[in-house]
Design a binder for this molecule. Sequence first.
Ligand code: NAP
Length: 473
Amino acid sequence: MKMLLDGQWVDSDDKIKVLDPYDNSVVDTIPSATAADVETALAAATRGFEITKRMTVYERAQILSKAAGIIADRLEEFAVVIAREASKTINEARKETSRCINTLTCSAEEAKRILGETIPFDSFPGGEMRRGYYYRFPIGVVLAITPFNDPLNLVAHKLGPAIAAGNSVILKPATVTPLSAIKLVEALVEAGLPPEAIQLITGIGSVIGDPLVSDERVRMVSFTGGVEAGKHIASVAGIKKIGMELGSNSPVIVWQDADLDLAVESCVSGSFWAAGQNCIGVQRLLIHRDIYDEFKKRFVARTKQYKIGDKLKEDTDMGPMITETEAERVERWVNEAVEKGATLLTGGKREGALYEPTVLENVPPEATIHHEEVFGPTVNLYPIDELDKAIKEANSLPYGLLAAIFTNNVEVAFKAAYDLDCGGVMINDSTDYRLDSMPFGGVKYSGLGREGLKFSLQEMTEPKVICFNLPGI
Ligand code: NAP
């Protein structure tokens, strides 16, 4: 597949192979962008903004709705591309495609709700003759950098609101999963987006990242990815807006009165969705001691039922990790935890990029898998006795994206909701629940700012004040 630069679909002799992580077959190739391509993208995006900022709300909303319709008509085609290039099973990929359609549809709707307000200039002496308001104007060129784990919908989360706001965009998708993103851009162009409005550049982030991120023509960097890349991007961005959706190490509390069937089913799915490569995937399960043994028994039994393997088979529950190297890293972290005293309850075996759904207990705090983001199909169980201590434990790491609690006690739920330090608390759901239009983001190293269409639109626009001095009135 090709890059879209300055209105042209362009290829290059220097190509990067996109591999299916299940069998390492080549799905397609993408060009590896050069420094000249970076300059072309920056110059074209700057010109593109002159077009997009003059497009009416109606035009922007129409394009986004039409693109959503194009993807809905080809849902299976999009799902297969996700299921080939990424880790997701075909069923997980279908769900992501449906969510992408919703993301674009909500972006179109939110385009019509970018509102301003009148300002009471006469609320301070000297302002009597002044009348005015503010409206929100597009920020300019948005650089969108996206990760591999939701290769379609997380791209839509940047392109949808950026287009809705009237910005031009430079998109740099993850190198291991660029194909769904390219198909999304094709759909937007087919829907009528002027090709100058979007630059799609492919290449290695650590090579083409700095000249894009640091360029003053870029007015906002909207990044989703790991903390390390996030820190680097923040250090080179200079004076421009930065949105960061980073990683986590999500805690879920299972209180003694929880509905165990619900909690087990929800937490197993939340731990192993997309082979655990999910920023809101369950990593730490803090279970009340009174129900610990029963929960553990049911949780391990349900995990053992998981069928792993070929992503394109309808009955596969979990696919491979994104690369064998990543599966080896998870294997290392599990082995290190076991060497330091953890007990392996199930899983722990690897075959290529396939890593078994794995459950650990007695994980010591010094084990990497306790305190870092594992981003793989493993989960740790811990017994807890008191709510305050469970909340303290949940808050003890430098992440805070989503947290969750299972309980039927409204006071316990409220206490957890207010005291858990994070961007959102799910009650009677695992952390792996997100509605695409809700405000989504984290505290501490989990991020800066919020996504979720209406909220992304706030981040991707600026208020501009208009004040009339009318001494004659
Ligand atoms: P990553 O390695 O940080 O890469 C993310 C993107 O950043 C890729 O496009 C990558 O390009 C690019 N990149 C890497 N280094 C860069 C640099 N120096 N300058 C500019 N761009 C650079 O993350 P990942 O492994 O793809 O994704 C997993 C991480 O994303 C996890 O930590 C996960 O929690 C997080 N995540 C967060 C959310 C959220 O909403 N909070 C959602 C999903 C994922 P290349 O692919 O070319 O390296």
